[in-house]
Ligand binder design. Sequence first.
Ligand SMILES: [Fe+2]
Ligand SMILES: [Fe+2]
Length: 258
Amino acid sequence: MLRVLFVGDVYGKPGRRVLASHLPTIRNRFHFVIVNGENAAGGFGLNRESFAEITRAGADCVTLGNHAWHHKEVFGFLDDPRLVRPLNMPIGTPGSGYQSFDVKGDGLPERLTVVNALGRVFMDATHNPFLAMDELLARPDLGAVFVDFHAEATSEKAAMGQYLAGRVAAVVGTHTHVATADTRILSGGTAFQTDVGFTGPYDSVIGADPSGPITRFTTEMHSRFTVKEGAAELNAVAVHIEHGRAVFAERYYFLESL
Ligand SMILES: [Fe+2]
Ligand SMILES: [Fe+2]
């Protein structure tokens, strides 16, 4: 059996701090840890230093999202075999939309493939993620497949879960930064949760200091977003996988003292 922990979008320094202080205390409960790092550097994108911090904290694999390219420096380490950029991007995009690992679980090493795909509803247009998944799943030797579906709409995420039910071990949503209370195992043994929630500032507007978004909503003019200081929360989902299928899924939550 493989015990996998998936940690939602790490947001800025508070997110990196709670990950670095808390993940090591629970790391030995899991064989493999995936962390979404699309907001790790200042709330947008990933840079070399934040990637190193996340892997030092105990992540075996880091996924991205719509902010993948915010820091140009990411192109310098996109070939790292622990890093997964969105799958459904134009042919020729550097990096990889999936990575396979041989993970030492309870028994013999098991193959685990981590995928990151982008949704299209209320998001910038990209290639069809459903068809991109079909294409990927036609490949041999993927083993158990764990999908981070980075999307805005609950409907699109629910549809992806149902579309991949029985074909992959897990489909978990990221991007909204708000955890949903719908953790379940779909028919055929696919763990599903609409959104894992994020790892970042607790008293914020999905990570940002409220002043920036509130100014934008009230004046309809551009305003700068800054990372909210203060206590951070960590949202994750634990999935146990046997023979490529999920047998257990549970939300995990931790909050620093306020
Ligand atoms: Fe995010
Ligand atoms: Fe996002």
